[in-house]
Each structure stands twice: as structure tokens, then as C-alpha cells.
Design a binder for this molecule. Structure first.
Ligand code: ADP
Ligand code: MG
Length: 264
């Protein structure tokens, strides 16, 4: 990868509670800490990536819902966070994003609404991380059309690998019809209880199946990661020396792999 390329990742798995939002926030914060200008796009109607970083758009403020309607540019909705180099394109509070998704279903062919919005500002960023909802509906399809690749968080639990089969199936369909380059480029083990047999089994199964695409760093189960959103900060700011913070820093190092931030 060329040192100055922007990387656009969809953080996705069609299951709730596997660590997508936690990864968007904290991997984003760790990339920002390395000096990369990083944008988190909150595509989940729950808006947890926005609120977890202290961004609560007022009812009349433009959000990602307006970008998907092609009524606002991405630039015009981006908010700085309390962390240097880290920015959020917020989801609306309330039902608005779910309503927009319902409208998008009426399009016979999914339009690259988010992709067009990202392409217009792509060069301004080193990393763009999209926090996807736990469904494979039109919001996720928009993310998959815009993404260079998918990062799948895999919770160290029994049914983890089943979710991956469904995701791979959708990726195949998206490749055939909408984004020929899309792949699941990264797998991240989350909520690992390293000493437990089940965590070890899921880890070795994932590494056997996907090899180098699995980050060496594993995210441990760490209560600081669960606390941080209520403090409206990433874990790097909330508990900088915690195991959770260290693990997300290690993932950021692997992902960036020696590349340098763009000079601006
Ligand atoms: N490594 C972890 N250790 C402890 N708690 C975690 C960890 N990762 C996520 N959590 C907590 O688990 C819940 C689900 O995580 P979340 O990132 O919101 O999942 P998703 O976005 O996939 O639904 C949240 O309450 C979050 O704070
Ligand atoms: Mg989430």
C-alpha cells in the first residue's frame, strides 16, 4: 500500500454485541493517536459511536441521514471529538436513520450514496472507519459499496464463525453486483478471555481459516472498554494504560504497518 492512500473500512458483522462500535471508537482513537487523521462514520441508528465520543447532534443538526439523502456533504456534518485527529460523522438521535434506510429499500438498485459522499472528501483523511449496524440492510450495503475492505470483529464465542459465513455470502453478492474489490481483509478477535478453553478454540479456528488476515493482537475482555462510552471518551483517554487501550493500540500499529500520516 502506498503511504499516502486513504483507507476506508467497514466494521461489520450482522450480529449485535460483538464489538463493532467499541472497535470503531477505539481503533479510530488509536489511529488518531498515531497521528492519522481519522473519521468515524456512524451508520448505526443507535448512534453509539457518536454518543460514545460525546457527540450528540441536536434534532435540527445535519447528520449522516442527510448525507444519505444527498442533501448534505460529508464535510458539512463532521464534528471534532475531544481527541486530536479524531472526528465523527454522527448518526441522528431518534428514528431518522432507520427511516432513511426504509426509504432506501424503495430503490430497485442500491445507489452509491455514501460512496459518492466519501469520494468527494476522501483525500482529506488517512482512515475512514464506518461503524455498521448489526443487520445486512441498505445502510450496510451503502457501507460495502463505499469500502475498500471489511474489518470483521469476531467475539470469542461459540457461534462466532456462523456469523462469518453469512457475511461472506453477502460479500460475494456485493462483489458480483456493486463493488468488485470488496473483501473481508481483517478479522479481529474481541472480548477474549484468553485463559478460557472456548476463547482459545475460537482463536485457533479463526487463525486456521483466515491466517494472516487475523490481527495478531487480540482484544481482551476488559471492563475499561465497557466503561469508556459512558465517560464519552475512547478507552485511550479514559484508561490509557488499560489492557483494552494497549490492545487497540497494537491493532492500530498492525493495520497501519509503518505507513505515515499524510502531510498537510
Ligand atoms: N473487549 C471488551 N471488553 C468488555 N466489554 C466490551 C468489549 N467490547 C465491547 N464491550 C461491551 O460489549 C457491548 C457490545 O459492544 P459493542 O461494541 O457495542 O458491539 P456492537 O457494536 O457489535 O453491537 C458494549 O456494552 C461494550 O461496551
Ligand atoms: Mg454497534
Amino acid at each position: 500500500m502506498n503511504g499516502s492512500d486513504t483507507v476506508v473500512l467497514a466494521i461489520s458483522l450482522q450480529k449485535g454485541g460483538v464489538g463493532k462500535t467499541t472497535t470503531a471508537i477505539n481503533l479510530g482513537a488509536a489511529l488518531a493517536e498515531l497521528g492519522f487523521r481519522t473519521l468515524i462514520i456512524d451508520l448505526d441508528p443507535q448512534g453509539n459511536a457518536s454518543s460514545g465520543l460525546g457527540i450528540h447532534p441536536p434534532d435540527d443538526a445535519p447528520t449522516i441521514a442527510d448525507v444519505l439523502r444527498r442533501e448534505e456533504t460529508l464535510d458539512s456534518i463532521v464534528e471534532p471529538t475531544a481527541e486530536k485527529n479524531l472526528f465523527v460523522a454522527p448518526a441522528p438521535t431518534g428514528q431518522m436513520l432507520a427511516e432513511v434506510e426504509a426509504q432506501l429499500v424503495a430503490e430497485m438498485f442500491p445507489q452509491p450514496r455514501l460512496k459518492d459522499a466519501i469520494d468527494a472528501v476522501r483525500d482529506d483523511w488517512d482512515y475512514i472507519l464506518m461503524d455498521c449496524p448489526p443487520t445486512l440492510g441498505r445502510l450496510t450495503v451503502n457501507a460495502f459499496m463505499a469500502a475498500d475492505a471489511i474489518l470483521a470483529p469476531v467475539q470469542c464465542q461459540y457461534f462466532a464463525l456462523e456469523g462469518l459465513r453469512d457475511l461472506s455470502e453477502v460479500v460475494k453478492q456485493v462483489r458480483a453486483a456493486l463493488n468488485p474489490d470488496l473483501e473481508i481483509a481483517h478479522y479481529l478477535l474481541t472480548m477474549s478471555e484468553g485463559t478460557k478453553k472456548l476463547s482459545q478454540e475460537v482463536e485457533s479456528e479463526l487463525r486456521n481459516a483466515f491466517g494472516k488476515k487475523v490481527f495478531n493482537a487480540v482484544i481482551p475482555y476488559n471492563v475499561k472498554l465497557a466503561e469508556a462510552p459512558s465517560m464519552q471518551h475512547s478507552v485511550l483517554k479514559h484508561a490509557s494504560t488499560s489492557k483494552g487501550a494497549k490492545a487497540y493500540r497494537a491493532v492500530a500499529k498492525e493495520l497501519s504497518n509503518g505507513r505515515k500520516a499524510k502531510t498537510r
